[in-house]
Write a protein that binds this ligand. Structure first.
Ligand SMILES: [Zn+2]
Length: 156
């Protein structure tokens, strides 16, 4: 498939406004006398970095796609770190019913619970994950009590 200059420029614009938008650089493609020139243009004052000189349209296209692919991989690994913190937030932990290990990579239900203990601001219960060995304490708030009807009737 033949790539036209128009297609190259459109692709560059798409990337610069898309996945490269939050980066410190953009891609630039120019058609020189002897062929295509591809460069990385930094948004700060850093000088542009020449990636390809006197290339054919398909070489220019490959060059642009390589930058896009590299960035995509880089971003995924970065986002992986951001999206998945090592431990669950309180909110997520509670949402999951507190039944799973709060280490996100583990999430095991194989939990060994300790005694419920009283602390100044509530109740705490130490837990230990049977899979990854993480030790953590769940904090509880006491809300009141209910009489167990079953227990009451068995007394009589
Ligand atoms: Zn665990």
């Amino acid at each position: 498939m033949k790539v036209t200059e128009k297609q190259l420029k459109a692709r560059v614009t798409e990337l610069n406004l898309g996945i490269l938008k939050e980066t410190t650089f953009g891609i630039k493609v120019d058609r020189g006398n002897k062929g295509y020139i591809c460069s990385l243009v930094y948004r700060d004052q850093a000088p542009p970095e020449l990636l390809l000189e006197e290339g054919s349209a398909s070489e220019a296209s490959a060059c642009i796609e390589a930058v896009a692919a590299t960035h995509r991989i880089f971003r995924q690994s970065m986002m992986g770190g951001v999206e998945k913190p090592e431990f669950l937030t309180d909110e997520l932990f509670v949402k999951k019913g507190g039944e799973r290990c709060p280490r996100t990579k583990c999430g095991s239900r194989d939990i060994i619970a300790g005694w419920v203990e009283k602390e100044s601001d509530g109740l705490v219960q130490t837990h230990r994950c049977g899979k990854c060995g993480l030790e953590y304490t769940i904090r509880y708030k006491m809300e009141g009590y209910d009489i167990s009807l079953h227990a009451e009737s068995s007394d009589k």
